[in-house]
Design a protein around this ligand. Structure first.
Ligand code: SF4
Ligand code: SF4
Length: 107
């Protein structure tokens, strides 16, 4: 939190992302709020755009150009839900009681 609301917050994007706390952290029974069918990604997706539009780098490409997804760093921006035009992304809206999603500090 910016201690002085009269001064600009100079944190970088990476620093801001590093401050996000996740309800999934430390939970062995954590369930993802986004499920990606990477079989679709790796069989027919012509652009693999989520590997470069996700601000938290949840979508990555390996050395074989295969897509991998991990939900733990997701900040729930919603970009991939709209960016994927291949039907690979399924979103279950975060349910805090089920241990899903980001633990927002400001609502
Ligand atoms: S756009 Fe959709 S199908 Fe393509 S890589 Fe991203 S999630 Fe997978
Ligand atoms: S909702 Fe945003 S941060 Fe989360 S995986 Fe999709 S693009 Fe990445």
């Amino acid at each position: 939190m910016n201690p002085d609301p009269g001064t600009p917050n100079l944190l970088s994007l990476a620093e801001r992302l590093g401050r996000v706390a996740y309800r999934n952290q430390g939970r062995s029974e954590a369930r993802p709020h986004i499920v990606v069918d990477t079989a679709i990604c790796n069989s027919g997706c012509p652009h693999k755009c989520t590997t470069y539009v996700c601000p938290a780098n949840c979508y990555t490409l390996d050395e074989m150009n295969q897509v991998h997804f991990q939900f733990e760093d997701c900040i729930e921006c919603g970009t991939c839900m709209y960016a994927c035009d291949q039907g690979a992304v399924a979103w279950s809206y975060p349910d805090p009681e089920a241990g899903r999603g980001v633990n927002w500090q400001r609502g």
